[in-house]
Design a protein around this ligand. Structure first.
Ligand SMILES: Cc1ncc(COP(=O)(O)O)c(C=O)c1O
Length: 387
């Protein structure tokens, strides 16, 4: 595996960390080790098997992601939900309690509303950016707090350092879904968070052609998650490991461009009278801006906005967009747009969406790496639908 200086920069880690040397042909990439059967190493050796998370491609790409998150260890799985679900399974049992932020990816909301209670795990929701409110929700049997910052789709910001300190004092694990931020913009483990999860389907891979997830944490925590992955089996194939590793090599470059484009679009929308509200933590008047500026190196490629008017107007705006494809998912090189009420949060009951502040006019943009001027022109043209 790659031998890097501990102070290597993000771009260097993106390219080199974890690479499994091709000793046969000298190729610069980790080879695709396509076997599911590996010679048994003898009585003292470790059995290698894809579901055990230890084939070379899995180890190489997990090591790269762990290096980017400044984590001791990592593992990759078959989706972001497999990463999130495996963490809950690893650390929570019947009788336990977990605390979740209200504004979360809809799949995580669904898991917590339908699946955790079925397993006897009690769930509390906190609708606040105040770390003290999370502490107020803790009980003696609370095992973990699950968070997203920036959150999906309203880009709310939580003070991770404050939350981690308070939770640690109570012996509660903290989990951050770092999908929106990416390790280039934010490293939750450096702020005291215990576990980072990713939908690698998004920015980590970055090309909208792969579904995968990742978990990074201290070795003993990763060991517990790995044993759940071994039992339930959402392992990542060697071909997908190859694609993910290839995507990761340009992560730092891509994220710099996503940050730049999203900032430009958010600034444009914030000044436009045809727009009701803009949600982007890079804007100085965003309620979480000061915290984001402290804990993030860049504000990310995701933003949401509401055009003035009703849902019909918002749909007209969406239909008129040309460079933004109406699509679910995010984090790829191409720009995408979606209505969270119809996509990521379709499974969330309308009353809960209301509480979360997700209106039917809300359009979420995954801002790609196209030329800024072209994206601005496309948005400007689509907003002509607002009379
Ligand atoms: C923030 C966030 N976390 C997790 C997920 C789930 O990831 P996956 O679709 O790879 O399972 C998503 C998917 O959109 C997401 O946006």
């Amino acid at each position: 595996m790659g031998d890097l200086r501990s102070d290597a920069g993000f771009s260097t880690r993106c390219v080199h960390a974890g690479t499994c040397e091709d000793t046969l042909a000298g190729g610069v990439n980790t080879p695709i080790f396509a076997s599911s059967a590996f010679r048994v190493p003898g009585p003292l050796g470790t059995v290698v098997y894809p579901r055990y998370q230890n084939i070379p491609g899995q180890k190489a790409v997990a090591e790269k992601i762990a290096a980017l998150e400044n984590g001791e260890a990592g593992l990759v799985v078959a989706s972001g939900m497999a990463a999130i679900g495996s963490v809950f399974l690893a650390f929570c049992k019947a009788g336990d309690h977990v605390v979740l932020q209200r504004d979360l990816y809809g799949g995580t909301v669904g898991l917590a509303q339908r699946e955790l209670p079925r397993r006897g795990i009690d769930v509390s929701w906190v609708d606040s950016q105040n770390p003290e409110d999370f502490v107020a929700a803790l009980r003696p049997e609370t095992r973990l707090i699950h968070l997203e910052t920036p959150s999906n789709p309203l880009l709310k910001i939580l003070d991770l350092e404050a939350l981690a300190r308070l939770a640690r004092a109570r012996g509660v694990l903290t989990v951050v879904d770092n999908t929106f931020a990416t390790p280039i913009n934010q490293n939750p483990l450096d702020l005291g968070i215990d576990i980072v999860v990713h939908s690698g389907t998004k920015y980590l891979n970055g090309h909208s052609d792969l579904c995968c997830g990742a978990v990074v944490a201290r070795s003993e925590l990763i060991g517990a998650v790995a044993s759940m992955v071994s039992l339930y089996g959402p392992s990542l194939s060697p071909y997908d490991c190859f694609l993910l590793e290839r995507g990761l090599k340009t992560l730092a470059l891509r994220v710099a461009r996503h940050n730049e484009n999203a900032m430009a679009l958010a600034a444009f929308l914030a000044k436009d009278p045809r727009v009701e509200r803009v949600f982007y933590p890079g804007l100085a008047d965003h309620p979480g801006h000061a915290v984001a500026a402290r804990q993030m190196r860049g504000f990310g490629g995701m933003l949401s906005f509401e055009p003035r008017g009703n849902a019909e107007t918002a749909h007209k705006v969406m239909r008129r967009l040309k460079l933004f494809t109406p699509a679910v998912s995010l984090g790829g090189v191409e720009s995408l747009a979606c209505f969270p009420v119809e996509t990521s949060h379709a499974s969330v009951p309308p009353a809960d969406r209301e509480k979360m502040g997700i209106r039917d006019t809300l359009i979420r943009l995954s801002v790609g790496i196209e030329d800024t001027e072209d994206l601005l022109a496309d948005l400007d043209d689509a907003l002509r639908e607002v009379r």
